[in-house]
Design a binder for this molecule. Structure first.
Ligand code: SAM
Length: 251
């Protein structure tokens, strides 16, 4: 007897929607998402689409109506609850646009809970387009099958970030001038954590002194080479996930 094909197929399109999902609900997607389903993926009535709502998790839905500007889907089956998210914030200094886009995308893939962009004295950029940042993290989450979106905090100046820092969160400071090896620091410090990474030109001396003097701060090294800001943010996040995050939960 031929095996019953898996439903929904793994190749089904995945999308995050704003509506809360639940069995039997009808969800309408419009704009770019409708365009993606109708024109790029060429879905037709009866096709499977996987939807997530960043609240209840992932659901199998079936297309009930398609036109160019609107696709209607009926929610059929709960597939996975929203994933537990390791309590890790990435605080990267703003970088040039395409390099910061990379940080947003890779931090999402790596499973961070929150991205808190920082402006420092040597930043060449001081603004982030919130809609564009949302689109980048949402598409990254769709692509890598995350069921949770990272929160993107408003851009903050370094002074404000340090002033408002929550007492119970380790602030790992990627210091290219040296610190404790990242993997050692991460695995001995339990609990909520964050990684602060500088911009293209690094932190200036006063900033470095202020960060080092902060009671939550632990200066860490990411090795003997000077990494670009985006490489430091991405590799530091990966090391934290391996040493203290959810890479440890894999069987
Ligand atoms: N000050 C430098 C300069 O302009 O020559 C480079 C700064 S580096 C491009 C950007 C940021 O990445 C640094 O501020 C630091 O947070 C992080 N970083 C780069 N290499 C690192 C390393 N080996 N260890 C720790 N942090 C590093």
């Amino acid at each position: 007897m031929p095996a019953t094909p898996a439903w929904p197929p793994k190749s089904a399109p995945r999308l995050f929607v704003e509506d809360e999902l639940g069995t039997g609900r009808t969800i309408a997607v419009e704009g770019n998402q409708a365009n993606y389903l109708a024109r790029v993926m060429r879905v037709t009535e009866g096709d499977a689409v996987i939807l997530c709502d960043d609240l209840t998790g992932e659901w199998a839905t079936r297309v009930v109506q398609v036109d160019k500007r609107r696709v209607e889907l009926e929610v059929e089956q709960h597939l996975r609850p929203r994933e537990p998210v390791p309590d890790f914030w990435l605080c990267p200094a703003l970088l040039k646009k395409d390099r910061f886009d990379l940080v947003l995308e890779k931090a999402t893939e790596l499973g961070v809970a929150r991205i808190a962009p920082v402006v420092t004295r040597r930043c060449v950029a001081d603004k982030l387009n919130p809609e564009r940042a949302d689109t980048i993290v949402t598409e990254a989450a769709e692509q890598c099958a995350r069921t949770a979106l990272p929160e993107i905090a408003p851009v903050a100046k370094l002074e404000a970030l340090l002033r408002n820092w929550p007492q119970d969160r380790h602030l790992f400071f990627a210091d290219e001038e040296g610190g404790e090896p990242a993997a050692d620091a991460f695995c001995y410090a339990e609990g909520p954590a964050a990684l602060l990474v500088g911009p293209e030109g690094g932190f200036d001396d006063a900033e470095r002194a202020a960060i080092r003097a902060h009671p939550a701060s632990v200066a860490i090294s990411l090795g003997p080479r000077i990494l670009r800001g985006e490489t430091a943010a991405i590799s530091g996040t990966a090391v934290w996930m391996a040493e203290a995050g959810d890479w440890l939960d894999e069987e």
